[in-house]
Write a protein that binds this ligand. Structure first.
Ligand code: DGY
Length: 346
């Protein structure tokens, strides 16, 4: 008798023409509409699944996988995977995958766009004009901060941070960065970026861009004390994760003139944005869209589907998903099959 096909849960509507590739190998249950799940609903969906394709909306930890006896792989559609408790997945022998690289340039483009909109007050100026305030051209309308010739600080110098640094060279900016580990010298040269300590980065940046992963260690890395070290004329841009910033402290600094402006694409309680930020005019707020070009979002889904198919043991890359997150940890824990064969089992 033929082996039953693995069962896969797809948590949100993605691109049907890409997701349907899963149907060649698996029985697919896919959400027809954008859905918000309770932990119990996620647990129920995972309970019968061999694989899952999920987005950052789905938080998956020990409780959600407790009854998921068959689950072998969770393919996250996103480079960030702080929605997954990797420790819990490791303990259960479940592989996680993410979607790096395919979104690097699009996200770096957006980081730069948000920086420009913030420093040059573009959305504020447009709102002001639409509201009918523009009665006469004046020299002092919407004075902003220059990018060219200024110092750009990048906190988190992975692929996206490096993409932003390369763009900054075209604007004749001086680029400083801080990262967990210093980049090789040839990468620093190519990015025209100089490594500095965290405190120096805060103190010297005219514009500070956050591109680092969110973790317990980076939680509220930009808090009241960090903000106090920044120039009052500086701008802060966050395209990484909301939990990096103490949002009430940021709103306080912006309202009190201790920071000039902020551009935020991500929020700690998203999709909720705290009222203190919504009330401010010197903040540009966007709804977590840094990777949202059509081509890139399609590429992310495609890579996640490739990961899922390979991790379940099918296709040309059977047993070798292209972008695993925890394969090394699983292998170290004794599951030597990870990354080599399809037998990613508990
Ligand atoms: C990412 O890829 O992490 C983006 O934030 C979208 O999920």
């Amino acid at each position: 008798m033929a082996e039953p096909r693995p069962r896969v849960w797809v948590s949100q509507p993605l691109f049907d023409d890409i997701v349907e590739r899963l149907g060649e190998y698996c029985q697919v249950t896919a959400a027809a509409e954008v859905a918000e799940y309770s932990p119990a609903q996620i647990a129920a969906a995972l309970a019968g699944a061999d694989g899952a394709l999920v987005t950052l909306n789905e938080r998956i930890g020990a409780a959600e996988i407790a009854a998921a006896a068959r689950l072998r792989v969770i393919a996250n559609v996103g480079v960030g995977y702080n929605n997954l408790d990797i420790g819990a997945l490791n303990a259960a022998g479940i592989l996680a995958t993410n979607t790096p690289d395919v979104l690097t340039e699009t996200t770096a483009d957006f980081g730069f766009a948000l920086l420009m909109a913030t420093a040059r007050r573009i959305t504020e100026a447009e709102r002001w004009l639409r509201e009918g305030h523009w009665q006469q051209w004046s020299f002092s309308t919407m004075l902003g901060a220059d990018l060219h010739g200024s110092t750009l600080g990048i906190l988190g110098m992975g692929r996206i941070g490096q993409g932003i640094a390369r763009r900054a060279a075209g604007f004749d900016m001086r680029v400083l960065y801080h990262n967990r580990s210093r980049l090789p010298q040839d990468t620093e040269r190519e990015c025209r970026a100089a490594y500095v300590g965290f405190d120096e980065l805060l103190a010297q940046s005219d514009h500070l861009l956050l591109v680092l992963p969110y973790s317990l260690q980076s939680h509220h890395i930009i808090d009241a004390a960090a903000l106090a070290q920044m120039k009052p004329t500086a701008t802060l841009v966050n395209i990484a994760r909301g939990g990096l910033v103490d949002e009430p402290a940021l709103a306080d600094a912006l309202a009190g003139g201790r920071l000039a402006a902020a551009g935020l694409d991500v929020y700690e309680g998203e999709p909720a944005v705290i009222p203190e930020l919504l009330a401010l005019r010197n903040v540009v707020l966007t709804p977590h869209i840094a990777s949202a070009s059509l081509a890139t979002r399609r590429a992310m889904v495609s890579l996640a589907v490739d990961n899922l198919i390979a991790a379940l043991g099918f296709g040309a890359d059977a047993g070798r998903p292209p972008t695993p997150v925890n394969a090394a940890a699983l292998a170290a824990a004794g599951n030597a099959a990870i990354g080599k064969t399809a037998a990613i089992k508990r």
